[in-house]
Write a protein that binds this ligand. Structure first.
Ligand code: 6PG
Length: 240
């Protein structure tokens, strides 16, 4: 695994992330005639989405991209908190991307356990990988102030699930269920990009990248055969 860190100033993180997304899209479309992407949740990706919609809508053959989510809050797709709903509103709908080019995590009329099993089965079916672990071309991740990523929060059950690709995860501090990729799936990706902004994350970023504290969930992201890129704004990188 190769780890790269880029510190992006002047609020240009979204622009730089879009540039790299475009580079990877062209690479995989040219070599595999498709590009598989797992989107992160939270608010940080909105800036990336805005650049992709405004500056790349004609540069990328969006019909060859397939979107998944690395985690989901257990709310309806049209709920304000939905990661899938957010990406649909700010990325998929403006680019007129329709099913079957995106695969939301099921959260309606289904229990968390079933949702995780169904999403894992959908991933295996799409990638044609019944036994081995699918290698998603790009997984976008955010990081919380506590060092969580996807919905792999500190001291939660899904952290240790090595036999599953997707897992329901009870988050005591939020008193809620989440559905999340496991490290098994994340660390099989070809490319992982962390998009992290804000001074409130700077200490955790420093501790992870300096290897001072490798217990944070985000510190456990090591794509075995892939590339790991941290895209940080100046605030999140202030202690590096
Ligand atoms: C979620 C996530 C989570 C998110 C981080 C950062 O569902 O909340 O996927 O891992 O990426 O909490 O969130 P922000 O981008 O909003 O800071």
């Amino acid at each position: 695994m190769k780890t790269k860190v880029e510190i992006i100033g002047n609020k240009k993180l979204g622009e730089r992330a879009a540039e790299h997304f475009y580079f990877l899209a062209q690479k995989y479309i040219a070599t595999k005639n498709q590009f598989t992407v797992a989107l992160s949740g939270g608010s940080t990706p909105k800036n990336l989405y805005s650049y992709l919609v405004n500056f790349y809508h004609t540069k990328i053959d969006w019909r060859k991209l397939y979107f998944f989510w690395s985690d989901e809050r257990f709310v309806p797709f049209d709920h304000a908190e939905s990661n899938g709903g957010m990406a649909f509103t700010f990325l998929l709908k403006p680019l007129k991307i329709q099913k079957p080019n995106y695969f939301p995590i099921p959260t309606e009329d289904i229990e968390p356990v079933q949702s995780a099993l169904e999403y894992e089965s959908n991933l295996r079916f799409f990638f044609g990988e019944k036994e081995t672990t699918p290698q998603i071309d790009l997984i976008l991740l955010g990081m919380g102030e506590d060092g969580h990523t996807a919905s792999l929060f500190p001291n939660t059950e899904a952290l240790n699930k090595t036999d599953r690709l997707v897992k329901e995860n009870w988050i005591p501090k939020l008193n809620t269920w989440r559905i999340t990729f496991t490290f098994k799936l994340i660390n099989s990706a070809q490319n992982v990009i962390f998009l992290v902004t804000g001074k409130e994350k700077a200490t955790v970023v420093r501790d992870i990248l300096s290897k001072k504290n490798t217990s944070y969930p985000s510190a456990l992201v090591h794509p075995k055969a892939g590339e790991l890129l941290w895209l940080l704004d100046e605030q999140a990188a202030k202690y590096l």
